[in-house]
Design a protein around this ligand. Structure first.
Ligand code: IMP
Ligand code: MG
Length: 179
């Protein structure tokens, strides 16, 4: 087993390229069946989702559009807590079928803070496609409609996910070594 080092930490191979592409193809098939004829608008959340979004989108067999946004969070007042806004959300979402593409849903905090911004634009429907979810870590009422892999509450890198900026270009998924 080939361990790799990213910054100061060691990671071991976790999910192979082959398994990733097979599951991404499955998810694309599910989406293509469920949203056939609806011309969904996929919204990829940068930076982490760009590789998953590219592979997933390329595998869709239906008419679909894609756009990318970046989320910026800042502190609101004490009553509003932290506020998350989308940078680059220029499309008209009214009456569109939206698929939000995320690399990973960990606690669910990011998406639960950002979803209201989508909802207030009155799309026809909103779905979430996540490459990974960590069900044990979930703390918010966020449900992904399409998931490639559910993983335990452990830190992973690769396939778009980073550890402090590095590791996004690894073609397979690596998990933090426990020893
Ligand atoms: P959430 O708001 O807690 O759901 O966190 C989501 C964000 O945390 C993701 O978009 C990632 O940027 C980051 N994240 C959570 N877990 C991991 C991980 O295991 N590896 C890399 N990034 C992670
Ligand atoms: Mg992210």
């Amino acid at each position: 087993m080939q361990k790799i080092q990213v910054h100061d930490k060691w990671f071991e191979p976790y999910i192979s390229k082959e398994k990733i592409s097979a599951r991404v193809a499955d998810v694309a098939t599910q989406i293509s069946i469920e949203l056939d004829g609806l011309n969904p608008l996929c919204i990829g959340i940068l930076n982490g989702s760009f590789i998953f979004a590219a592979d997933l989108f390329r595998s869709l067999s239906i008419d679909a559009e894609i756009s990318f946004i970046k989320l910026a969070s800042y502190k609101g007042t004490s009553s509003t807590g932290s506020i998350v806004t989308a940078i680059g959300l220029d499309e008209n979402l009214y009456d569109r079928h939206i698929i939000i593409i995320e690399d990973i849903i960990d606690t669910g905090k990011t998406l639960s803070a950002f979803l209201p911004e989508i909802i207030q634009r009155h799309p026809a429907s909103i779905r979430i496609a996540a490459f990974l979810t960590k069900p044990e870590a979930l703390q918010h009422d966020i449900h992904a409609d399409f998931v490639a892999f559910e993983i335990p509450d452990r830190f992973v890198v690769g396939y778009g996910l980073d550890y402090d900026g590095l590791g996004r270009n690894l073609p397979e998924l690596y998990i933090l070594s426990e020893e």
